[in-house]
Design a protein around this ligand. Structure first.
Ligand code: SAM
Ligand code: SF4
Length: 368
């Protein structure tokens, strides 16, 4: 039986904490308190889990994937439906996780997505369940996802212009995404839209996109572009900042800071008013992960499609749970591996530090 010292997440330096077929005896780091939840050294508690369901995608967004795509994981390296339910069950029952968001890659590429949602909705400590998707193909599955227990949806849409969509996503699928959004709006009470703005491509589309979302009752959230692209073209000096987005939107709308507490949510929210009449039009969010980081209030833990725990998008190491699970580890062991992984979470993502290096994995491979 393999003995694994668990001082820090990914202490083996590789993707597997234990060799295949071996089951670890967990040796806890001496300074980790025996608390039930996912606590780190800085007192943060992770209650929000992102689960990547696949590393594959049908789009090739320039800020995320390379034009030629990435080598995909062998099918048996990816968590099965039952393995996902088992790990989400451990997270919700033993580790205090209350919200679970399925992401990827593109989660709709999983033929068993509806069943995965249904399994997680049937867990005894049912979490709030949400999905982040590009909505291509959602049209035929929105109702089934809602019936299976999905509570909320975030749909990624960077522009309403077909040519710009094709440039950014490298696929001419705007109509399919819009059809997915329409279908989602018919069955879900809350639809949020995520947009990444890229200078010289869709920055000028930001206000139109907001107007379109407000008319339909969707909450739009602009996300600052992070250095998680495969092409490594991210440039801090060139990226569109949250301050710039606020100023740009302010030319067309009045934005008033929302009083509601953020409560760990990454987006700074604003109430949007009509500039001439003062009429309330809705809300918008801006996620300033780069220029106004919120790491001090981070409540997130992540599972990659291969069942590795990442304590941060920008982590360079992972702690494998799938290997131990397949080797017969108990729920208790899996929970302790997970706790120990999170105990080593750094204070911040360090993007502003001189020594910052972009993680090897792209956003699509981590699970955004
Ligand atoms: N394929 C799905 C989608 O696009 O919604 C889910 C996965 S995607 C990685 C999740 C979110 O990450 C999307 O809203 C996408 O816009 C965002 N994203 C991808 N790369 C990003 C980057 N480099 N910086 C900021 N956000 C990014
Ligand atoms: Fe695919 Fe989502 Fe990445 Fe775009 S952002 S390439 S849709 S995973």
């Amino acid at each position: 039986m393999a003995l694994v010292e668990l001082g820090m997440p990914g202490i083996t330096g590789g993707r597997r904490a234990v060799p295949d077929g071996a089951m670890p005896d967990v040796v806890l780091p001496a300074d980790r308190p025996r608390t039930p939840g996912l606590v780190d050294r800085f007192g943060r508690v992770a209650t929000d889990l992102r689960v990547s369901l696949t590393d594959r995608c049908n789009l090739r967004c320039t800020y995320c994937m390379p034009a030629e795509g990435l080598p995909t994981l062998p099918r048996d390296a990816v968590m099965s439906r039952a393995e996902i339910a088992r790990l989400v069950g451990v997270a919700t029952r033993d580790l205090g996780v209350r919200q679970v968001r399925f992401t990827g890659g593109e989660p709709l590429l999983r033929g068993d997505l509806v069943e995965i949602v249904r399994d997680c909705a049937a867990l005894p400590h049912r979490p709030e369940l949400s999905l982040t998707t590009n909505a291509v193909g959602l049209e035929s599955r929105a109702g089934a996802l809602r019936d299976a227990g999905l509570d909320r949806l975030n749909i990624s849409l960077d522009t309403l212009d077909p040519d710009t969509f094709a440039t950014l996503a490298r696929r001419p699928f705007l109509e399919r995404t819009l059809a997915g959004i329409d279908a989602a709006a018919q069955v879900f009470d809350v639809v949020k839209v995520n947009a990444v703005l890229v200078r010289g491509v869709n920055l000028d589309h930001a206000a139109d996109l907001l107007a379109w979302c407000l008319e339909r009752g969707f909450e739009l959230r602009f996300i600052e572009q992070m250095p998680l692209d495969a092409d490594h073209t991210w440039d801090r000096a060139a990226m569109v900042t949250a301050a710039e987005v606020r100023a740009l939107l302010g030319e067309r709308f009045t934005l008033v800071g929302d009083d509601e507490p953020r409560d760990g949510a990454p987006a700074e929210r604003f109430v949007v008013l009509d500039r001439s009449t003062g009429r309330r039009l809705g809300r918008v969010g801006i996620i300033a992960s780069v220029t106004e980081p919120f790491c001090g209030d981070c409540r997130r833990t992540r599972l990659t499609a291969e069942g590795g725990v990442r304590d941060c998008l920008f982590a360079h190491t992972e702690t494998d749970l799938l290997g131990p699970l397949r080797a017969g580890a108990s729920d208790e062991t899996l929970a302790d591996l997970w706790r120990t992984a999170m105990w080593g979470k750094k204070a911040g993502h360090g993007m502003a530090d001189t020594g910052f290096t972009q993680p090897e994995r792209t956003m699509s491979a981590i699970g955004g």
